[in-house]
Design a protein around this ligand. Structure first.
Ligand code: HEC
Length: 102
């Protein structure tokens, strides 16, 4: 039972990217370059916000990144995006920033 649950959890992670419709993935790509890019740089090399390069993102865990995106960093200009983004969408953005999905 526990093994089955573990397996289900393992399998659910990579499936997330494909659960998001292609059209929404296109919107999220634009959203990342425009809205996130306004602070993190159009090329994601940083600005007001820290660099979101593939290299920088790969050093951090998916869960921590999803939490930062959804809840922001209180006390810094990083705003919370919950309300505009669902959790699967935030995870898709993390995978996109890590270069795992185009
Ligand atoms: C208003 C400016 C602003 C916008 C817009 C913004 N960020 Fe940030 N973000 C920041 C700042 C500033 C930090 C650094 C916070 C700190 O000092 O810990 C940050 C930190 C982060 C981090 C943590 C990076 C790390 O190395 O720990 C991630 C991930 C992140 N932002 C993703 C995003 C994403 C994705 C978007 C678009 C949905 C976005 N940000 C939009 C300002 C912004």
């Amino acid at each position: 039972m526990r093994a089955a649950l573990f397996l289900a959890l393992l399998c659910s992670a990579p499936a997330v990217a494909t659960e998001i419709l292609a059209v929404r993935q296109g919107e999220l790509r634009d959203f990342v370059s425009q809205d996130c890019g306004s602070c993190h740089g159009m090329t994601r090399n940083g600005g007001l916000g820290s660099p979101l390069t593939v290299q920088a993102m790969r050093e951090l865990g998916d869960e921590a990144l999803v939490a930062t995106i959804l809840d922001g960093r209180p006390g810094t200009p990083m705003p919370p995006w919950r309300g505009l983004l669902t959790e699967p969408e935030a995870l898709w953005i993390v995978k996109h920033l890590k270069g795992d999905v185009p």
